[in-house]
Design a protein around this ligand. Structure first.
Ligand SMILES: Cc1cc2nc3c(=O)[nH]c(=O)nc-3n(C[C@H](O)[C@H](O)[C@H](O)COP(=O)(O)OP(=O)(O)OC[C@H]3O[C@@H](n4cnc5c(N)ncnc54)[C@H](O)[C@@H]3O)c2cc1C
Length: 458
């Protein structure tokens, strides 16, 4: 037992996302002050990622999709820093903080919920030109860029510049990418009413995907429905198409197309937190075979990590960074990376740690998928609900309403739930805001300009 916590077992949680926040909050509820808990994340808040497409579309204020760890997890030590080493053989984790201090944190129980990062491909120009859509700052930047471009395009007389400003390219048509393009296109359609100089036909939204379909989690019928709906709205969906390059603002695709774009959003897959695979950074066992599980922590059904000599008793992993057997789907299946599983796995880990502390047997993770739902803009959606062994297809308004209702239920904290609903009500009454502030990323630019011009003698 770790002696630095008054003889109490010390639970160290890596990552304050869906897994980490849920584990820490539930553990505190179950065991009260019987355990000491530390949570480490490079951000001081949890991001409710399913709401990011609505942030990108201006339907939800960015801060309202963030849950502040220190406020929610009273009594838990929150460390803001990057996990750089996991030495499970010694029960130690190394964390780099902002001031370049390396903290060595020892633990009795370790929970790994480090999530995933975008999976990039070696495409010329991609790393320099593209933006992801996984964090709130990215969703905000995408919205700001699109809205600012509308304002600039409406004021330029140069048709070439105008075309570039109004061409928005998204790569990857999974749930995150599909929702992102559908929601932002809907925002532009809404904003155009304030731009008499722009017409819907001036706007080009392009969705590129290497697969023969988008929204792979849906049934064939539903995929066809979404594809039709996006195409009817003027979104150009290029299937079985690769992005070949994006250099000097020019996109080249494998179907021979070539066009200028001012925005390229990359949503073509994620991979587990890279420190898990990095040489010398972590000694946790990870899946090394090529495929969707590569780099994920090898995890057993009770969410303990599967070591070379059997379960590592005090180390648990879950969420997007873990290969968790999906018992509800059958032998050999693994849980897909989504918040629905991550939150429930966090709860199972909290309960299993409580069981371990109390000397009771652990319980396997079992969750039957509740379904999948996506919003595609205001009053538009698609999804499948699983209720009592029956499946229901939802489309249009019912799917949109069900998706919003579910995510408000799942959004952490009562205050944030209320704030999200208040954003929606405000937008319904006074319409979505159409201001884009891309200068947010360089807030000192105006001051520096003033300093440069006023300090020069005339
Ligand atoms: C745009 C978008 C839409 C989505 N929509 C849905 C949806 O509709 N339904 C659904 O179920 N799922 C959805 N998902 C997926 C869902 O959000 C994730 O599966 C879920 O958040 C995974 O939880 P996690 O705890 O594993 O990872 P995360 O929630 O990503 O948390 C990981 C945490 O670890 C931290 N971290 C990572 N590395 C380090 C490090 N080295 N040091 C310190 N901290 C670190 C990160 O800062 C982060 O806070 C969506 C995802 C995106 C991006």
């Amino acid at each position: 037992m770790n002696n630095t916590h008054g003889g109490k077992p010390h639970v160290l949680v890596l990552g304050g996302g869906s897994v980490g926040l849920t584990t820490a909050a539930d553990l505190r509820k179950t065991l009260g002050t019987e355990v000491a808990i530390t949570i480490v994340d490079s951000r001081p808040y949890m991001t409710y990622q399913p709401f990011l497409p609505e942030v990108g579309a201006g339907s939800i204020d960015p801060r309202n999709v963030l849950a502040p760890l220190r406020k929610i997890l009273a009594g838990t030590k929150v460390v803001t820093g990057s996990v750089t080493k996991i030495r499970s053989a010694e029960n130690v984790v190394v964390v780099d903080t902002e001031d370049d201090v390396q903290l060595e944190i020892s633990y009795d129980y370790l929970v790994v919920g480090l999530g995933a990062v975008p999976r990039l491909l070696p495409i010329p120009g991609l790393a320099e030109a593209a933006i992801g859509f996984k964090w709130v700052e990215e969703a905000v930047a995408v919205r700001d860029r699109i809205l600012a471009n509308l304002a600039e395009a409406a004021s330029t007389k140069d048709p070439k510049i105008r075309k570039r400003l109004l061409t928005f390219t998204f790569v990857g048509g999974g749930f995150a990418g599909g929702e992102a393009i559908a929601e932002t296109e809907d925002m532009v359609r809404d904003a155009l009413r304030y731009y008499p100089d722009l017409h819907a036909s001036d706007i080009r939204f392009v969705l590129i995907d290497a697969a023969p379909f988008i929204f792979p989690e849906l049934t064939e019928d539903q995929r066809a429905y979404v594809l039709n709906q996006l195409r009817e709205r003027g979104i150009e969906v290029k299937l079985e198409t690769f992005l070949n390059s994006v250099e000097d603002g020019v996109v080249k695709t494998s179907d021979g197309d070539e066009f200028e774009t001012d925005l390229l959003v990359w949503n073509a897959g994620v991979k587990p937190s890279p420190i898990l695979l990095e040489e010398g950074a972590s000694d946790l066992p990870v899946i090394t075979e090529r495929g969707p599980l590569m780099g994920k922590v090898d995890t057993l059904a009770d969410l303990r990590v599967n070591g070379a000599d059997g379960p590592i008793d005090n180390v648990f992993a879950a969420g997007d960074c873990a290969a968790v057997p999906d018992l509800a789907s059958g032998e050999g299946k693994f849980c897909p990376p989504n918040a629905q599983h991550a939150v429930r796995q966090g709860k199972r880990i909290a309960d299993n740690i409580a069981r371990s502390v109390q000397g009771r047997p652990l319980v396997d993770y079992y969750h039957k998928n509740l379904g999948t739902m996506a919003t595609l803009g205001m009053y538009k959606g698609v999804g499948r609900l699983h209720v009592a062994d029956k499946e229901f297809d939802l489309r249009g308004l019912p799917a949109w309403a069900a998706a919003r209702a579910y995510h408000v239920y799942a959004m952490p904290t009562f205050g944030r739930k209320v704030a999200v609903v208040a954003d929606w009500v405000t937008n319904m009454i006074s319409r979505r805001d159409i201001i884009g502030i891309p200068e947010q990323s360089s807030p000192r630019a105006a001051f520096e300009l003033a300093a440069n011009t006023s300090s020069k003698p005339k």
